[in-house]
Design a protein around this ligand. Structure first.
Ligand code: Y39
Ligand code: FE
Ligand code: FE
Ligand code: FE
Length: 231
């Protein structure tokens, strides 16, 4: 803890290096929240019985987006949204394809498990090293991301037996993309005092816990959560 406090004291949130890295990380978060908003609207069409709840989640995502836009403005940073669109394009495309085929399980794995766990890991690691304005916003946001993750866990746990094979396949298709995304963002994250190892560790903990709640065995979790990591 003392180490983190010393580190924050040394971060110059107004330095050009910091603002340059922030222009990409902030954009990733803004674009991620926008896509999450759209993904929950799509899910509300795929799961009409839960449409009301899913629309509620989609509205939370647009509030998150507004919060992070304010964080960028507060630091006088212009988000590089083009970079961010490209950053998310792999998961975005796979979500779109799955939605068009009515593959609810794959859509839930991509948005409610993988992307939410990625967000929770990133926000947890960011909070202690954020500027004061962004810290307050991110603390409010991360609490809600846990409820989004929970939505996916509950649905997939209820439908575990019929979903298992599709989950395995969707994991194999999408988890390597997450490791690639983490590598792409590692240098910028380090400028913000977020270490890649810590991001990977926190992601694995969140994702492993989610898979466990859904009903996978420890043995399955080991195999699924590290898939594509060492390549
Ligand atoms: O469900 C959500 O709100 C998730 C979409 C938001 C995106 C989070 C993306 C976080 C990745 C940041 C990487 C920084 C190191
Ligand atoms: Fe789109
Ligand atoms: Fe969000
Ligand atoms: Fe979310």
């Amino acid at each position: 803890m003392q180490q983190i406090l010393d580190q924050v004291k040394e971060i110059d949130f107004q330095s050009e290096v910091y603002k340059d890295a922030y222009s990409r990380i902030n954009a990733i978060v803004i674009e991620g929240e926008q896509e999450a908003h759209e993904n929950y609207i799509t899910l509300s069409q795929l799961l009409p019985a839960q449409a009301e709840e899913l629309i509620r989640l989609s509205k939370m995502e647009s509030r998150h987006k507004k919060g992070f836009e304010a964080c960028g403005k507060n630091l006088k940073v212009t988000p590089d949204l083009e970079f961010a669109k490209e950053f998310f394009s792999g998961l975005h495309k796979n979500f779109q394809t799955a939605a068009a085929e009515g593959k609810i399980v794959t859509c839930l794995l991509i948005q409610s498990l993988i992307i939410e766990c990625f967000a929770i890991a990133a926000y947890n690691i960011y909070i202690p090293v954020a500027d004061e304005f962004a810290r307050k916003i991110t603390e409010g946001v991360v609490k809600e991301e846990y409820s989004h993750l929970n939505f996916g866990e509950v649905w997939l746990q209820k439908n575990f037996t019929e979903s298992k094979a599709e989950l395995e396949q969707a994991n194999r298709q999408n988890l390597p993309i997450v490791w690639k995304m983490l590598n792409e963002v590692a240098d910028d994250a380090r400028v913000l005092a977020m270490e890649k190892d810590a991001l990977v560790e926190d992601f694995m903990i969140q994702y492993g816990e989610a898979l466990s709640n859904i009903g996978f065995t420890t043995r399955d979790i080991m195999r699924l959560s590290a898939y594509g990591l060492a390549t």
